[in-house]
Design a binder for this molecule. Structure first.
Ligand code: AMP
Ligand code: MG
Length: 346
């Protein structure tokens, strides 16, 4: 018995060293974008994998520094100027970023509305740790709703940004992570990396595969430990989830989360999580937030307008609403799920 064990160990060691010519999985953890980021790179060469991790780190850090909503950043300076009614000079990268956000906001009918930064701040979410203290008063919420800031108030040219509504305060918490991951993956591809995952706290983009086998991704259960579903990545895809469990505070027995319905000024009701699969991480990120707010009734329309057709929305009754495309590929990891497959034409 002992002999067999020894032989097995040797075999294993031999097997591993024999594999050194084939690509290996390299993993690194970074802390940026307010979350833990897991970078997985499949590569023969350890040094090349380490360079890939550096590329990801630098791209994510650049977007984080540019668009941070409450630490002093180019974004907070833009917001100060918009509040004064001034026009701001912008560079090409800023133009592309804001233009994409503005288009997605319009397609979402402003459910995804990065112009409500003042509301998000009023709810206390412009801090690293939101304390469990009272929610804002109805008067304070009404005062911000009255001016109805939206991305449609923004006038954008390739070199300037201005707003005809001084209540516009930009907050890209619902979009920046996706944009940053798209930037990082574009740079990875340019540098010859074909197989990798950039996973920022469960929101990810994966490219290629793991030695001919597809990457397999888990989707977190919104109300219990573990995963609710899993799926295999096809070629190059992003999987983003917006959930009411991600950032919240409790006060007087009531839970208040961070996804604000721009129409009511309150945390959106009725949904617990939305997962979107799309090639672009930026689109998946914005759409997950928008569809969370759109809710179980209206999400199919907003999804179509935003160009996403792989969606799973979980409502407060834990009914799983899905597009047919999502239903086809997702593997549920729970028993007795109540399913609602929506939109036969999708
Ligand atoms: P996500 O986790 O991608 O759904 O983004 C949520 C974050 O986006 C919040 O922490 C806020 O910073 C911001 N946010 C909240 N409500 C909205 C909204 N209706 N539209 C755009 N951004 C929002
Ligand atoms: Mg989002």
């Amino acid at each position: 018995m002992k002999w067999l064990w020894l032989n097995l160990t040797l075999l294993l060691a031999f097997g591993l060293s024999g594999c050194s010519e084939s690509p290996q999985v390299h993993q690194a953890k970074l802390f940026t974008l307010g979350t833990l980021v897991d970078v997985t790179v499949l590569h023969r060469d350890e040094a090349a994998a380490a360079r890939a991790v550096e590329i990801v780190e630098s791209e994510l850090a650049t977007v984080n520094a540019q668009w941070h909503a409450w630490r002093d950043s180019p974004l907070t300076q833009i917001n100060q100027q918009l509040a004064l009614g001034n026009t701001v000079a912008i560079d090409a990268a800023t133009y592309r970023f804001i233009q994409q956000a503005q288009t997605l906001a319009s397609h979402s009918e402003q459910r995804f509305n990065p112009a409500i930064g003042a509301l998000v701040a009023l709810w206390g979410f412009h801090s690293d740790e939101r304390p469990d203290s009272a929610p804002p008063t109805q008067e304070a919420i009404n005062a911000l709703l009255k001016s109805a800031p939206s991305m449609a108030d923004i006038t954008l040219t390739e070199t300037t940004l201005s707003s005809n509504n001084r209540a516009v305060q930009l907050d890209f918490g619902a979009f920046g992570k996706g944009y940053a991951i798209d930037q990082a993956v574009a740079r990875l591809k340019q540098s010859g990396i074909e197989n990798a995952i950039v996973n920022a706290g469960g929101d990810l983009r994966a490219i290629g595969s793991k030695n001919e086998r597809p990457w397999r991704i888990g989707i977190r259960h919104p109300t219990a430990a573990g995963v609710i579903a899993s799926l295999e990545i096809i070629d190059d895809e992003s999987v983003f989830t917006s959930g009411n469990y991600e950032r919240f505070f409790d006060f007087s027995g009531q839970r208040y989360h961070h996804i604000i319905d721009p129409r009511s000024g309150y945390p959106a009701q009725g949904t617990v999580s939305v997962t979107v699969i799309h090639r672009s991480a930026a689109v998946a990120d914005a759409a997950a937030t928008a569809l969370f707010i759109a809710g179980a009734e209206q999400w199919p329309r907003i999804a179509r307008q935003m160009g996403v057709d792989e969606v799973m929305l979980i409502d407060e009754q834990l009914t799983l609403h899905m597009t047919p495309k999502m239903a086809q590929r997702i593997q549920l990891e729970i028993d007795d799920a109540e399913l609602n497959i929506v939109g036969g034409e999708q």
